[in-house]
Design a protein around this ligand. Structure first.
Ligand code: T3D
Length: 260
């Protein structure tokens, strides 16, 4: 169903709203296909400078749709992960534009890890995060075993995954799993304002940061220092850098246009 994902435009921000509220926006193949199409369009559209990913209703995303005959010994979960979850996480991390996850409610299973694949995660006070996989005999996927230890440390990652306990947005922020917990009232507006702020930042600097942060997961210090040098060399040749320095000298706000 095309309406499983709402795609709207707010200036330079592309807003993607998971829209299966009666299923807490659980991910089925149609929603995955819609997400893949939306991210492909975002990649190709230079006017899009930031992405905001959120959910309709009281949930952000409850992970894989368990009503779609997901159980059963004949089902190859690896095939579904190959076809949908892994490309989605790679796409979000590889996108040269910032992705904000606005977690508006429950985020469970792959839904929680979909949020963690974003560059910046904000959640409203009433939102929760659950590595629900263990409850149905699975382990975290969609990058969970990768993101969690980096974000919250190995001890907490193992506790979260193996116990499957629910943590509040406030707890998630306190343990470094997400950027910030925001009030319920005005959450959607605050999340959009955050995405708009990112959209107005120097685009190539943000893209370079994503490359560097992604590489930092595996690089040693020497390789990372070299990568920073190479990326910064490129940024030093951009119009945004020239504008930033000019604006500083002229004591005025910079007007970045993402130009090279
Ligand atoms: O092949 C592959 O796809 C493999 C990949 C696997 C990745 C995964 O994500 S595995 C983990 C899948 N997700 C879960 O195990 C979470 C299941 N959901 C829950 O545990 C609970 O619903 C929540 C803790 C998320 C929220 O609980 P609560 O009490 O707030 O809501 P609820 O009443 O349980 O759910 C509301 C409705 O949403 C309900 O429908 P109903 O009864 O009113 O018609 C419920 O069935 C539906 N729903 C919730 N989660 C899912 C779902 N429907 C389908 N799939 C779901 N994951």
């Amino acid at each position: 169903m095309a309406d499983d994902l709402l795609v709207t435009h707010e200036g330079a921000v592309r807003v993607l709203t998971l829209n299966r509220p009666d299923k807490l926006n659980a991910l089925n193949p149609a929603l995955h296909e819609a997400l893949a199409g939306a991210f492909a369009a975002i990649e190709a559209d230079e006017t899009v400078r930031a992405v905001l990913l959120t959910g309709a209703g009281r949930g952000f995303c409850a992970g894989a749709d368990l009503g779609q005959n997901i159980g059963g010994e004949m089902r190859d979960l690896g095939a579904s992960i190959d076809a949908h979850y892994n490309p989605l996480v790679r796409r979000m991390r590889g996108l040269g534009k910032p992705v904000v996850a606005a977690v508006n409610g429950v985020a469970a299973g792959a839904g929680a890890n979909l949020a963690l694949a974003a560059d910046i995660v904000v959640a409203c006070d009433s939102a929760t995060f659950t590595q629900a996989f263990i409850r149905i005999g699975l382990m975290p996927d969609a990058g969970g075993t990768f993101f969690l230890p980096h974000l919250v440390g190995d001890a907490r990652a193992r506790g979260l995954a193996m116990l499957g306990e629910t943590v509040t947005a406030r707890e998630a922020a306190a343990m470094g799993m997400i950027w910030r917990c925001l009030p319920d009232a005005g959450f959607a507006e605050a999340a959009l304002a955050l995405a708009a702020t990112l959209a107005a930042k120097p685009a190539q600097a943000i893209a370079a940061m994503k490359v560097a942060f992604n590489a930092a997961f595996t690089n040693g210090l020497d390789a990372q220092l070299d990568l920073e040098r190479d990326l910064q060399r490129g940024l030093g040749r951009t119009a945004d850098f020239a504008e930033g320095v000019r604006a500083f000298a002229e004591k005025r706000p910079a007007r970045f246009n993402g130009g090279s």
